[in-house]
Design a protein around this ligand. Structure first.
Ligand code: PAZ
Length: 316
C-alpha cells in the first residue's frame, strides 16, 4: 500500500506539469534577453537578483474567459526591486502583467496631476512636474540595466521561473532569487478543463482542482543549486506561519523564508534562516517601507563575516 500523501505527490510531479502546460508566447524572447543580461553581469562581475512579483491566475477554461485570481498587487516585489537597484544589483523583474512596477508605482493617477487650462488645453500641474520628472528619470535608469518580464497565468510564471533560474545558475553566488510573487497552490489540469466558455444555462460541472507541484524542490536542487534562494510564505492564521516557514526551509533546503501574514504584511515579517534563526522585522508606524528593511537585512547578511550560519558563503 502506498503511503504517499497528496503533498508528496505534488512534490514529485513537477515534470508532468511542464509536459501538460505549454510555455508562454514571450518565453524564448525573454530567455534571450536574460542570457544577454547574464553575459553582461559576468563581464562586469555584477550581482543579479530575480525578483518575482504579483499574483498568478488559474484559468478555468482552455479559451479563457474566467480565471481564479490572487489578491497580490505587486507592492512587495516592485518596492524590493527599487532597493536592490539602489544596492547596484542588476534586476530581472518577473511580474504579473499590469501589477505594480518599480518607480512607476509612484506615478499618481492622471486625474490628480492634470488640470484644464482654457478650452481644449490640459496641462500637468506645476507642483507635480518635478516629482513626475524625477520618477521618470529613475525608471529610465532602472530599465537601462534591468529587465522586466511579464506573466499572467500560473503556467507562464512557472515556465519563466524555471527558464530564468537555470540561466542564473551560472552566476553562482552572485545570483539571488527573491520569490515574492503569490503563486497558486491549485490548478485545473488541461484534461479536466472545459475547452469553451462555460454556459450560464447549464449547471457547471464540479471543478476538479489539483495541487500544483512544489517547484521549490527542483528549483533548489536542480535548476539553480548554486544561487541564493529566498522564498516568501503567506498565511492568514498566525499559528501556522512560523511552523510552515520552518518546514519549507527544512524540506526544500533553500536559504531563507520571509514569512508574513496577510493583514500585517506591511508592518511585520519574520525572516527564517538556517540553524533555526528567526529575525523579526517590525515597522509599526510604517515610517519607511518594510521592503527596505528586508533588502538591507539580506545585503547585510552577505556582507557579515561573523554570521554563524554556513549559508553565508552563498552570498557575495
Ligand atoms: O504584492 P503584495 O505586496 O500585495 O503582497 C506580497 C505577498 C504577501 C504576496 C508576499 O509578501 C508573499 O508572501 N508572497 C508569497 C505568497 C505565497 O505564499 O504564495
Amino acid at each position: 500500500m502506498s503511503t504517499e500523501t497528496s503533498e508528496d505527490q505534488a512534490d514529485s510531479h513537477w515534470e508532468d506539469f511542464f509536459s501538460e502546460v505549454h510555455a508562454p508566447d514571450n518565453y524564448e524572447e525573454s530567455l534571450k534577453k536574460v542570457r544577454a543580461l547574464i553575459a553582461e553581469a559576468h563581464e562586469t562581475s555584477s550581482r543579479v537578483v530575480l525578483v518575482t512579483s504579483g499574483g498568478t491566475t488559474v484559468p478555468l477554461e482552455q479559451f479563457t474567459v474566467r480565471f481564479v485570481d490572487n489578491f497580490s498587487s505587486g507592492t512587495r516585489g516592485s518596492t524590493s526591486a527599487e532597493f536592490f537597484f539602489e544596492h547596484n544589483y542588476k534586476i530581472i523583474f518577473l511580474y504579473r502583467q499590469k501589477s505594480l512596477q518599480p518607480f512607476l508605482r509612484h506615478v499618481p493617477n492622471a486625474l490628480d496631476v492634470i488640470e484644464v487650462d482654457g478650452p481644449c488645453k490640459v496641462k500637468v500641474k506645476c507642483s507635480e512636474m518635478s516629482r513626475l520628472h524625477q520618477l521618470l528619470v529613475q525608471y529610465q535608469s532602472f530599465s537601462k540595466t534591468c529587465l522586466e518580464i511579464t506573466y499572467v497565468t500560473l503556467g507562464d510564471y512557472l515556465w519563466l521561473l524555471k527558464g530564468i533560474s537555470k540561466e542564473l545558475n551560472s552566476l553562482s553566488s552572485r545570483a539571488l532569487l527573491y520569490l515574492a510573487a503569490a503563486v497558486s497552490d491549485f490548478y485545473i489540469p488541461k484534461k479536466e478543463m472545459p475547452e469553451h466558455k462555460m454556459q450560464s444555462d447549464k449547471q457547471p460541472a464540479g471543478m476538479v482542482f489539483s495541487l500544483v507541484p512544489k517547484m521549490l524542490r527542483p528549483l533548489a536542487s536542480k535548476w539553480a543549486p548554486n544561487a541564493f534562494i529566498i522564498s516568501f510564505k503567506l498565511e492568514t492564521d498566525r499559528d501556522l506561519l512560523l511552523p510552515k516557514a520552518k518546514a519549507a526551509l527544512e524540506k526544500y533546503k533553500h536559504h531563507m523564508v520571509v514569512a508574513n501574514l496577510l493583514t500585517s504584511r506591511k508592518s511585520f515579517v519574520m525572516v527564517v534562516e538556517c540553524d533555526d534563526i528567526v529575525k523579526e522585522i517590525h515597522n509599526p508606524d510604517a515610517s519607511k517601507e518594510i521592503e527596505q528593511m528586508i533588502v538591507e537585512h539580506i545585503i547585510l547578511l552577505g556582507l557579515s563575516t561573523f554570521y554563524p550560519c554556513s549559508l553565508v558563503p552563498h552570498l557575495e
